[in-house]
Design a protein around this ligand. Structure first.
Ligand SMILES: [Zn+2]
Length: 251
């Protein structure tokens, strides 16, 4: 990966289009206390709205690269956290229908397991074959650590283990570079961001609705289970207003 554009180096705020954050895409009617489930039908409606607005959903890696080239106009980042198996069964068909791509952030030490970091309900995580299948289908795989730990305040050895270790596991598995990182629970601080940068990641994103960050703390907008097209439109608009309010012109 080449040097970041001048406005994208650490310490400077990044001009980035909106990035949407999803987790599980599922028709399940089981309790969803952590509000991580969006139905395929609603995802379809959201992507239809993007198209009506003349926007195109891409992986965060593609978005950042386009931004480095000054060509991110009209793009929206689509990201799915944790690596649930329903990404393959429910998200991919919808994304394909709209000709869009996305990034799946997987917990590299929990492949084939469950979201044990939540109190429940248990959701299935993609295994190694699933990770390869997602990449082979043209979607970006990013790291979400080894065990879904909070990185803010973490000891240096924990940071190294979770940040470098997960990249190594995924690169071994994919035989390809892993450029993107996502902080579990959006938990990060200067040291965590430094560890991510030093591990060789090209960029990283946080969880939730933050002010514009730098290349290793890119903001994202959470898409809630009940969000309608109007909610999504409001979130996209708020992103641009915040970018302008912070003195950063949205690309
Ligand atoms: Zn997560």
């Amino acid at each position: 990966m080449g040097a970041p554009a001048a406005e994208s180096v650490r310490g400077d705020r990044v001009r980035i289009p909106p990035v949407l954050m999803f987790h599980s895409i599922s028709c399940s009617t089981a309790p969803d206390p952590h509000r991580v489930r969006v139905t395929p039908r609603r995802l379809d409606a959201h992507l239809r709205l993007l198209r009506r607005l003349g926007l195109h959903g891409v992986s965060l890696g593609e978005l950042v690269s386009a931004q480095d080239r000054g060509q991110a106009d009209g793009l929206v980042g689509l990201t799915f956290d944790d690596g649930y198996t329903d990404f393959l069964t429910h998200a991919v068909p919808v994304l394909e229908r709209h000709g869009m791509t996305a990034t799946l952030y997987v917990v590299a030490g929990r492949l084939g397991g469950h979201n044990t970091w939540d109190a429940g309900p248990r959701l299935d995580l993609v295994d190694a074959d699933g990770v390869r299948a997602v990449a082979a289908a043209g979607y970006e795989i990013g790291s979400h650590t080894l065990s879904h730990v909070r990185l803010a305040g973490a000891a240096p050895d924990v940071l190294r283990h979770e940040v470098c270790g997960s990249r190594r596991v995924l690169e071994d598995l994919l035989q390809a570079e892993v450029r993107g990182f996502c902080y579990p629970w959006g938990s990060f601080d200067e040291r965590a961001a430094g560890a991510v940068r030093d591990a060789g990641y090209d960029h990283a994103c946080v969880t939730g609705d933050y002010l514009p960050g730098d290349r290793w703390s890119l903001p994202r907008a959470y898409v809630a289970p009940g969000d309608t097209a109007l909610h999504l439109l409001a979130k996209l608009t708020r992103h641009h207003v915040r970018m302008r309010g912070a003195g950063v012109a949205a690309a």
